[in-house]
Design a protein around this ligand. Structure first.
Ligand code: M6R
Length: 364
């Protein structure tokens, strides 16, 4: 069933272009996102003044990018909460709030409990779920199914990508409903999303380069991801992936936050994966990378093809295919998944079934 791959995780990484197409293509109508097949009525998104996104783990990281996208395009305030925190903080919600829960399995206990809490408050709930017929899919008011297909590896990969693609579609749809963008702009954004999906094929081609590079990670104890904006949220996901399957201690930092403490951990040879896919943040990011380089960090720079970055800034460079900045996370997550995968294989870890972890966390 591994289809010739050594592990389910690698198979699932490679399945991402297909999973993205299956999730997005049926929901494009007249060049725009449409949730008609999900029975989400036209004009639905107009009603809400506030969005609350609730999830756990990787699904939360997709939600964090969703917040950035919705706020940027639709100008609606979005809160993100880890489900186990949301439940106990007496969150402020009313009829103008839309609670979006995100879950691959649809069975995560805290996410399910958060959904129930929102419903008790009479708040409208929308679930983005991969497993049909799961508890969350059954209980939410509205469901947008993702079509990643079964995800077997404990480390979530293709489920994240499809969750993210739905966040893009929701953000475009909301922006249009709130008249923050014109129909033409919405069509352009939708076309950029489709283009990003096709471009994931090119990201996968970085596999060999990544495999060769990470040989130096075999005996690592610590690693840092740095990024700003969308790249920070992406770094959190890269960090979680590496931790859970390779058992390397790893942290993702907002690059601007480094000098508020973390930089004391950067000494000679400490590996740093620096994410710099956002043109507008590039000068600041480069100056942060210089700060860690000058303290001896071993920097792998992940940037966008064509970005002009001085050679002395990085040790090695991985160039992502160049697409619109807003859509870079779609192509950017794949190398991070591959870094985690190859590092775990190199270290002899049980990639598909990492210690202490379950695919579906049904305890609170
Ligand atoms: O099934 P869910 O999406 O609700 O699961 C949430 C997390 O448990 C899950 O994403 C977990 O963080 C993964 N092991 C990450 O790879």
């Amino acid at each position: 069933q591994k289809g010739g791959y050594d592990h389910f995780m690698l198979k699932e990484i490679y399945e991402q272009p297909r999973a993205l197409r299956d999730t997005v293509h049926p929901r494009i109508s007249d060049g725009l996102p449409s949730f008609e097949m999900d029975d989400v009525p036209e004009g639905f998104f107009k009603r809400f003044e506030k969005i609350s996104i609730v999830a756990c783990g990787t699904a939360m990281h997709a939600g964090m990018l969703g917040k950035a996208l919705i706020e940027k395009l639709a100008r609606i305030p979005v809160e993100t909460d880890i489900a186990s925190e949301f439940r106990y903080r007496n969150p402020i919600m009313d009829k103008t709030t839309l609670v979006i829960v995100i879950s691959q399995s649809g069975e995560t206990a805290d996410t399910l409990a958060a959904l129930r809490l929102a419903k008790q408050h009479g708040v409208t709930t929308l679930a983005i779920v991969n497993v049909t017929g799961s508890s969350i899919a059954r209980e939410a008011d509205y469901i947008i199914h993702t079509y990643a297909g079964p995800e077997i590896a404990v480390a979530s990969t293709k489920a994240y990508s499809v969750q993210l693609s739905v966040m893009y579609m929701i953000a475009i749809k909301m922006a249009l409903a709130k008249q923050e963008i014109t129909t033409n702009q919405a069509r352009e954004l939708t076309s950029s999303l489709m283009h990003a999906i096709e471009t994931t094929e090119k990201s996968i081609l970085l596999d060999e380069q990544i495999k060769a590079y990470i040989k130096r990670y075999e005996n690592l104890n610590d690693l840092f991801f740095l990024g700003r904006g969308l790249d920070y949220a992406l770094g959190l996901e890269g960090s979680l992936k590496l931790k859970e399957i390779s058992y390397i201690h790893c942290e993702a930092y907002a690059a601007g936050e480094l000098k508020h403490g973390t930089i004391s951990l950067i000494t000679d040879g400490v590996p740093v994966v620096a994410l710099a896919t956002q043109e507008i943040l590039l000068p600041k990011m480069v100056s942060n990378i210089r700060e860690v380089r000058s303290r001896g960090a071993d920097v792998l720079l992940i940037c966008k093809k064509g970005m002009r970055i001085d050679r002395d800034v990085y040790g090695e460079k991985l160039e992502l295919p160049a697409i619109d900045d807003l859509f870079m996370p779609i192509v950017g997550v794949i190398p991070l998944q591959l870094i985690a995968y190859h590092t775990a294989v190199l270290r002899g870890c049980d990639v598909d079934k990492p210690r202490n972890l379950a695919k579906s966390v049904t305890v609170e």
